[in-house]
Design a protein around this ligand. Structure first.
Ligand code: NDP
Length: 228
């Protein structure tokens, strides 16, 4: 049975993807930060859902989690993310720089750190894939200025993952990026036009069809390629 590691699997898009993946026969390693979430979700989602307790910014915890089992991992989905400081504190003219750094830590550095930590287990899979949830707000073709820390962190993770794709291509490990659309979650808010459930089934379909021939590219949740 294929194995998918999803970061931030306790709520929002990550939890919705976990549920769809389980229904389609994946074993899901779902990362979260709180033991009470792990107990609740293990009971709710059954034995093929295996909670992994770590904060994506904690490198020691990542290393310990990765070393806790020799099991191969077919897919890493970097989903955990934060929106960053309050809107008025992350404009180009007024920036909470500590908040900006934290946003980069979670949205840009952590996906690479998680990939590096779990690479030995990804290498054991027949068709390893690393997918990272980015955002439409990373798009360089649009000059709107709000949520500058968030936009910059997602634009930067696009470049980091494009570089990782180049470095891992000789090993046949595919690396891609996903724009999930605007989704009704704690982050997306109640006005968003998409439900986590519909986006999750698109994302799982995309993951199942993604391979090394399309490494380094950026996709909408519907599966079509989009520009960076
Ligand atoms: P939510 O705010 O609903 O969920 C965020 C998830 O990330 C939670 O599981 C949260 O865990 C986890 N997380 C945050 N910080 C950390 C951390 N330090 N360590 C481990 N886990 C952490 O967001 P969404 O589900 O909406 O977003 C998921 C991804 O999709 C994000 O990368 C986001 O940027 C991206 N995205 C979302 C859009 C939307 O419209 N919703 C649009 C475009 C992109 P905890 O409960 O512990 O905080």
């Amino acid at each position: 049975m294929p194995v998918m590691l999803i970061t931030g699997a306790n709520r929002g898009i990550g939890l919705a993807v976990a549920k769809v993946a389980l229904a389609r026969g994946w074993t899901v390693l779902g990362s979260m930060r709180r033991e009470e979430d792990a107990d609740r979700l293990a009971a709710e989602l059954g034995p093929l859902f295996r909670p992994q307790l770590f904060d994506v910014a904690d490198r020691d915890a990542l290393a310990a989690s990765a070393a806790s089992s020799p099991q191969a991992i077919d897919v890493l989905l970097n989903n955990a993310g934060i929106i960053g400081p309050d809107g008025q504190d992350q404009s180009a003219l007024h920036m909470d720089f500590d908040g900006f750094l934290r946003t980069l830590e979670i949205n840009t550095l952590a996906p690479l750190a998680v990939a590096q930590a779990f690479l030995p287990r990804l290498r054991k899979a027949a068709q390893p894939r690393i997918l990272t949830i980015s955002s439409q707000m990373s798009w360089m073709g649009y000059a709107k200025s709000d949520r500058v820390a968030y936009r910059a962190s997602k634009a930067a993770v696009n470049k980091v993952m494009q570089c990782l794709a180049t470095d891992l291509e000789p090993e046949n490990i595919a690396v891609g990026l996903i724009d999930p659309g605007w989704v009704r979650t704690d982050m997306g808010g109640g006005e968003a036009d998409l439900t986590a459930e519909e986006v999750a089934s698109g994302i799982v379909g995309l993951i199942e069809n993604f391979d090394i021939t399309r490494t380094g590219r950026f996709f909408r949740w519907t599966g079509e390629e989009r520009e960076f």
